[in-house]
Design a protein around this ligand. Sequence first.
Ligand code: AVJ
Length: 320
Amino acid sequence: MDAPRTPLADPDFRRDVLAGLAAPIRAIPARWLYDRRGSELFEAITRLPEYYLTRTETALLERRCPDVARIAGPGQAVVEFGSGASVKTRILLAAIAPSAYVPVDISGDFLRDAAASLEEDFPGLPVHPIEADFTRPIELPAELAALPRLGFFPGSTIGNLIPSTGVDLLRAMRRTLGTGAWLFIGFDRVKDPAELLSAYDDSAGVTAEFNSNLLTRINRELDGDIPLDAFRHRAVWNEKLSRIEMHLEAAREVAFEVAGTPFAMAPGETIHTENSHKYGERDARLLLLAGGWTPVEEWTDEEARFALILAKSEPARSAP
Ligand code: AVJ
């Protein structure tokens, strides 16, 4: 008799993996890289010498949050989109005298932990966690109705999205935060491809492990038998689309099953697992404008590796 098959597997994960492996260009959405182990590996990536992003952005925040405080003014309800309550959140909150903190995340467990640790560090600051998918407009709690709002979206997370989806997200954030709100957002800049490639293919092999962990997860949660040694981590700079792509490349002919479905790949074929878009100065501003946000101020490090932009949602108008 067959043993029961992974009854707890997430049906969305199953659907995305089966569809992604069967597609003519194989691709699995990047969000599935972040299981417990994947999140730990990403944390390790942020400390790698080659991965300049986190270090650069954190230093920029330390230096520039006082400017944000001066421009936006005190008493903002800070709405953070995605895994919040990080070191970066604390830098912002410590600098701007906020009236409330609203972390929004799809994972309720994560949110509750994050909210609790933040309340300890900022006694007296009202914290209103919201468990929701922030790619859609969200109704904010009534207590926040009268407060000015500042959205926070650091980490170059916007870079995970293709530009059209990124614009949809910016528009959803505008709906959530309303006219007159601020958005403080981080963009990774276009730079020498060699520097980008080493950030996504580090010498210690941590990014390779982060990428391959997706196969381990598929094998565990979706009853797969993918031989890990048949795949190599590949980071590619796509000049036309201005992005780093992560792929898992078949090193030889390989056949495997996932959830009872057979797949075969030829040597050199890949599974596309993540995009990380890089934006020039004007590119980032144009993306924000397309999403309904007017850039007001921006800051970058000495080498212009990373940019923080403070933008405002102004009343819609089509006339000049
Ligand atoms: C979390 C999406 C910002 O694109 O740099 C790092 C993820 N992937 N190394 C990025 C990532 C491989 C990261 N983001």
